[in-house]
Design a binder for this molecule. Structure first.
Ligand SMILES: Cc1cc2nc3c(=O)[nH]c(=O)nc-3n(C[C@H](O)[C@H](O)[C@H](O)COP(=O)(O)OP(=O)(O)OC[C@H]3O[C@@H](n4cnc5c(N)ncnc54)[C@H](O)[C@@H]3O)c2cc1C
Length: 422
């Protein structure tokens, strides 16, 4: 089920996502992966006059970028106090500034190219217990004071103005974050890449990257010769570079879309129309779509649920938060893989020769993938300062035989669920 795409986004996509017929040949750079990392890298390369092609094994946006919860969230997805303790305050601030630039770039691109992707402002992290609420209050203070970032702690009436549920104890509200239609955003970015001169070869799964530079990139239809390779395959990297893929765990995440709600019901659930993610380890995340469906996602305890199991689990999770939606019709259900690193912050670096990589944004990839792509392109052009800075984030390999990963994940999810109840 994890890779099935009966998604609301597919049903409401703008256009087919055009691509070019594959031609073997020579490029300066081959980008592997047609999600937001690869597409953004390719646009930046084209803007610098670099000849780039992008190879995507399926269709553009087939991976996480076209399936995501669509929450566009500021920051690195990591506990910033932990990062500051590991790398020092100045490095933590510099890394946070890179992440914020990712948000600015996303907003600028949508506005300047008129990408129709239903962008809405406002994001709430909702505390599932009192301890989490206290921690969010501290986080709000720290973000304001140490990072000059204006998030607000909400409780009581202010919280009720954002979410019509009684299960939360407080929240962290960020009006610079928000939500969008991830597939239409990705397709819009792909159009910009093509218009900038990037050759997009969809349906071309790369089988091997050969050589230490210059490189050859082999797919079934033929070979591309190039000076640089950018690995932007994210959670699907393990077939191409299994050792590198040990730096994250591909965790299944699932989403359902309800039938469209009438306006007053939709307003009663999410009066501020913000996207919401809660603080549990096995979290719920949700938002309203442009046609007022509730899109509700999370990790499902069963690793590969059938569509019926997924609907049933999600129906009860929706009813726990919004009892008024008990028994609501679910029109779409889909899943995908999130690449989760140990730190929850991204993993970027240089593999060998001129092969660079970026992946592992955990739940923050809608924004971070864009800036990561840009940073990879900068490094190709000879300025790898920001790549080296991001590569300092501690993201050690997760040393576990691949065959034990799924059972270990199942045990971990069950344990996390127990902790979430405390
Ligand atoms: C269900 C779900 C919900 C999520 N919700 C959110 C959210 O609300 N907010 C948020 O910020 N993030 C969210 N994420 C994470 C976010 O979507 C990702 O971090 C981000 O889209 C990663 O972009 P990417 O381009 O690196 O990877 P992807 O979009 O996964 O693209 C990688 C592409 O590489 C291609 N590929 C892989 N191997 C090869 C090969 N050998 N040859 C050619 N092509 C190959 C794949 O087909 C794929 O299309 C979610 C993810 C999922 C799955």
């Amino acid at each position: 089920m994890s890779d099935a795409v009966d998604s609301y986004y597919e049903a409401t996509r703008h256009g087919a996502g055009e691509s070019d017929a594959f031609e073997p040949g020579r490029f300066d750079v081959a980008v592997i992966g047609g999600g937001l990392t690869g597409l953004n890298a390719a646009i930046e390369l084209a803007g610098r006059g670099v000849r780039a092609c992008l190879l995507e094994g399926h269709a553009i946006g087939w991976g996480a970028s076209g399936r995501s919860g669509g929450q566009v969230i500021a920051g690195l997805g990591v506990d910033m106090d932990w990062l500051a303790r590991r790398l020092g305050d100045d490095v933590a601030r510099a890394l946070f500034a890179i992440a914020l630039q990712g948000m600015d770039d996303l907003r600028r691109r949508i506005a300047s190219h008129g990408i129709e992707c239903d962008l809405v402002d406002g994001h709430l992290v909702a505390a599932h217990n009192r301890r989490a609420a206290r921690s969010l209050r501290r986080e709000a203070e720290s973000m304001n004071r140490r990072y000059d970032y204006p998030v607000r702690y909400l409780d009581g009436g202010a919280l009720a103005e954002q979410v019509g549920s009684t299960v939360y104890h407080g929240g962290l509200y960020d009006d610079r974050s928000g939500h969008l239609h991830p597939l239409n955003y990705t397709l819009g970015v792909a159009q910009i890449a093509r218009a900038a001169g990037v050759k997009i070869f969809a349906g071309c799964r790369v089988e091997r990257v050969i050589g230490d530079g210059p490189h050859r990139v082999r797919c079934e239809a033929g070979e591309i010769a190039c000076d640089h390779v950018l690995l932007c395959a994210n959670a699907y990297l393990d077939r191409l570079e299994p050792k590198l893929a040990r730096h994250f765990i591909p965790v299944g995440s699932h989403i359902v879309a309800t039938r469209p709600l009438d306006e007053s019901t939709a307003n009663s659930l999410l009066p501020g129309n913000a996207a919401v993610a809660d603080t549990r380890r096995v979290l719920d995340y949700y938002r309203l779509s442009a046609d007022r469906r509730l899109l509700f996602g999370g990790r499902v305890g069963l690793l590969d649920p059938t569509p019926a199991q997924l609907r049933s689990v999600m129906a009860s999770r929706i009813a726990r938060v919004f009892p008024a939606l008990e028994g609501i019709q679910l029109d779409h259900a889909w899943g995908g893989h999130v690449a989760v690193t140990r730190s929850h912050a991204p993993h970027l670096g240089r593999l060998r020769g001129n092969i660079l990589f970026a992946h592992g944004y955990s739940g923050h990839g809608m924004v971070l993938s864009g800036i990561a792509g840009k940073v990879l392109a900068e490094a190709v052009a000879g300025d790898d300062d920001r790549l080296r800075l991001l590569a300092r984030i501690p993201n050690p390999a997760i040393r576990m035989p691949r065959r034990l990963l799924k059972p270990a994940l199942a045990v971990m999810l069950a344990w996390f669920r127990l902790l979430d109840r405390t």
